[in-house]
Design a protein around this ligand. Structure first.
Ligand code: ADP
Ligand code: MG
Length: 686
């Protein structure tokens, strides 16, 4: 095609090899396999192809209304053809009296059939025949079209390559067992049929096969990353459950564990006894009870002579965890301490010494706990709360804390749809707690317009007067957004006007406060000193005030679904019925309306996450690492959910039986991996 066009193709569509071109899949196809009679044309057929003799050609109208009109006749009737552009060129190219194949969009004008700008092909008897495949239409760009690289030209290149292609050039890369089980097209057939299928069914079969392949390779690779790491990552062995765990479990556990909690503890226990370092992601909906799971695991670590750290994303949350753990462990001989950025110097010194000597068994805190200055006597277990984005670099800081890295448990309430978990997070082991402790009441959620504010306030007052507490949440304050800050302040004044002191007291927490200010305000609310908390999403994660029963979210349409779900999770934590009121402005987009309706319909974090994925796409979902890697050409993590899961099972089966891909039936898989190595950045995500 020449260097210039080659360069352009690379720049515009990132195509540089035959393989790339073959993977430049058509957007759609047009069907020119049939000839319609003119009489049979109707509006239900979007495109049609007729064969007839060109009769007259006339230029009619003038100025902007100027057009070329021609008539085409077959045995059944007359078809009007119209051109508004390129009139001279068309007039020169077409010859009256000659037979043409004519393809285009069918329209009707004054009850007569018409085609504007049809595709015309002169019929040469004996040579021209109707196409026996669907014609591909390729995505292109303006720049390419300007250089004459049209869909037609691309199609002819692809056709040429496919004609020359033999099986060894485009080797099968899926095992035969899978091809048979799922009745998948062989690879070369699939690539042929996605470009030039004879009918729609064949096209769908081709797409199905190629999607399967895409998902297969994505999942196989990420799972290989995990296997490799496991092979190389020795871990501390926690081989016993001892006194600390047993005493706590038998004497101090304030409730019985849910089945989900028990299952997850068993999973972690297996991991930590295996001699391989654990990297486990624990997803549990808000309120599912992740903290106690973490504590029990840290007690197992203690029983084996190891220290643990528990890290929270904010000072407020770290503080709360500390208090929770200290209360739970008050009758036990386990030293828990809190270390954050605002720990006074003297106390800090004491804590650092305690960690180094090993007298401190559990260290709770913010990122302060992984600073280099913090050295441990024998760190064996690390819990990272509410940060599924806790990156590799951060994890790596834990590595140096002992002669071998500690086991790592990452906890998050952000539901990760299973399809994402299998693909994007396939390098971590994954546990789900899909069960809430018994006795939780459903949170009633409603959407209210701005104008209903007085009655909403009335309602909040009745809850407060019954001894409960309430949250008012305003959209996030960005450092730069003066307007949002003003809104928050206005809201604060408004709330105070509705709920005047001294009958009511109001706390406020936002991102512009110092850690100490946040802390004081939060603590006053937690202890019940204040009944109302006005804040931004800084209170989003983890905070636990069971007496709070009302969550009012201002301008709710400005929040994402997952965020709304997180916020709503701050209520419904006690025995009382709880409410979430979504206040909205007057002008709501359909999209926003739909989102808010989902909140009303379900309390299920997984359903909400799937909807979120659907509305926003995987590239944007909160916490998707390396989202670029999730840009499949054909597969769609939502629509192809069932296939993602089927593929996942197949990949597991293969790797369980043959982790090195050394069996003869996996030879082609291994070879394909070799060919592809270096082409993608897969190794980097480890
Ligand atoms: P999250 O998973 O959102 O971090 P928490 O660990 O904060 O949830 O637990 C939420 C609340 O549920 C806490 O008050 C906790 O004591 C309570 N809880 C946890 N597990 C159980 C259980 N098995 N039965 C009853 N209450 C539980
Ligand atoms: Mg939590």
């Amino acid at each position: 095609m020449g260097n210039q066009r080659g360069d352009l193709l690379l720049k515009e569509l990132n195509i540089s090899t035959f393989g790339d071109l073959l993977e430049h899949y058509p957007l759609r196809h047009i069907n020119r396999t049939q000839i319609n009679t003119i009489r049979s044309l109707n509006l239900s057929m979007e495109y049609a192809q007729v064969s007839g003799v060109l009769l007259s050609m006339d230029i009619v109208g003038s100025g902007r209304a100027k057009r070329l009109v021609a008539m085409l006749r077959d045995q059944s009737g007359l078809l009007e053809l119209v051109w508004f552009q390129g009139i001279q060129w068309v007039q020169k190219a077409l010859k009256p009296g000659v037979q043409y194949l004519c393809f285009g969009k069918v329209g009707f004008f004054n009850g007569k059939p018409q085609m504007a700008h049809p595709d015309m092909e002169m019929v040469i008897p004996g040579k021209t025949s109707v196409k026996n495949y669907l014609e591909p239409i390729y995505p292109s760009t303006e720049k390419l079209k300007a250089r004459g690289i049209t869909s037609k030209l691309i199609s002819s290149w692809v056709m040429l390559i496919l004609q020359k292609l033999q099986h060894p050039d485009f080797p099968e890369n899926l095992p035969d067992v899978i091809l048979q089980k799922y009745k998948l097209f062989p690879r070369l057939d699939a690539i042929r049929c996605i470009h030039f299928p004879v009918n729609e069914q064949q096209f769908h079969q081709a797409v199905r096969r190629l999607k399967f392949e895409e998902l297969f390779w994505a999942q196989l690779r990420i799972r290989l990353v995990r296997i490799t790491r496991k092979k190389n990552a020795k871990g501390w062995v926690f081989d016993k459950v001892g006194e600390a765990f047993n005493t706590f479990y038998e004497k101090h556990l304030p409730f019985s564990l849910t089945n989900a909690q028990k299952r997850v503890i068993r999973e972690i226990r297996n991991d930590t006894a295996s001699g391989i370092q654990m990297n486990r992601l624990l997803q549990g909906d808000v309120g599912s009870g992740k903290t106690i799971v973490a504590l029990l695991c840290m007690l197992i670590a203690a029983d084996n002579g190891f220290q643990s750290v528990m890290m929270a994303p904010t000072e407020v949350l770290a503080q709360q965890h500390f208090q929770t753990l200290r209360a739970l462990l008050k009758d036990m001989d386990v030293e828990v301490r809190l270390l954050t950025g605002s720990t006074p110097a003297r106390e800090r010194k004491e804590i650092l010494a305690g960690c180094a000597e090993g007298t401190i068994t559990l260290l709770v805190g913010t990122h302060a706990v992984i600073e280099d200055k913090v050295q441990f006597h024998n760190l064996g277990f690390a819990v990272v709360d509410e940060q599924h984005k806790f990156g590799v670099a951060q994890r790596a800081r834990l590595w140096g804390k002992n002669t071998m890295p500690p086991h790592v448990l990452i906890m998050t309430a952000t539901p990760i749809p299973r399809t994402l978990a299998l693909t994007a997070y396939g390098d971590l082991d994954y546990s789900v707690m899909d069960e809430l402790p018994p006795g939780r009441l459903e949170i009633k959620t409603m959407v209210r317009n701005e104008s209903a504010r007085p009655s909403v306030m009335q309602f909040v007052r009745s809850e407060l007067d019954a001894g409960r507490q309430a949250y008012f949440i305003y959209p996030l304050i960005e450092e730069s957004s003066k307007l949002e800050y003003e809104n928050l302040m206005k809201g604060y004044e408004e709330v105070k006007a509705f709920f005047p002191e001294p009958a009511y007291w109001v706390s406020m927490v936002h991102g512009k406060q110092t850690a100490a200010e946040k802390e004081t305000n939060m603590q006053r609310f937690v202890s019940g000193d204040t009944q109302i908390m006005v804040g931004t999403t800084v209170i989003e994660v983890g905070v636990n005030v069971p007496n709070a029963t009302v969550m009012v979210i201002e301008s709710a349409e400005k929040f994402g679904l997952s965020q709304l779900h997180q916020l709503r999770g701050r209520v419904g934590r006690g025995a009382e019925a709880s409410y979430c009121i979504l206040l909205t402005g007057n002008k709501l987009s359909n999209d926003a309306r739909e989102r808010l309706q989902i909140m009303v319909q379900t309390n299920d974090g997984f359903k909400i996450a799937e909807k979120d994925l659907e509305l926003r796409g995987p590239g944007e979902i909160d916490g998707t690492r390396q989202s670029g890697l999730l840009q499949f050409k054909l597969a769609n993590l939502l629509e192809d959910k069932r296939m993602v899961e089927a593929v996942s099972e197949e990949v597991d089966t293969i790797l369980d039986a043959d982790p090195n891909l050394a069996l003869p039936e996996h030879l082609r898989v291994q070879q394909f991996l070799k060919i592809q190595r270096g082409k993608t950045a897969w190794s980097k995500i480890a």
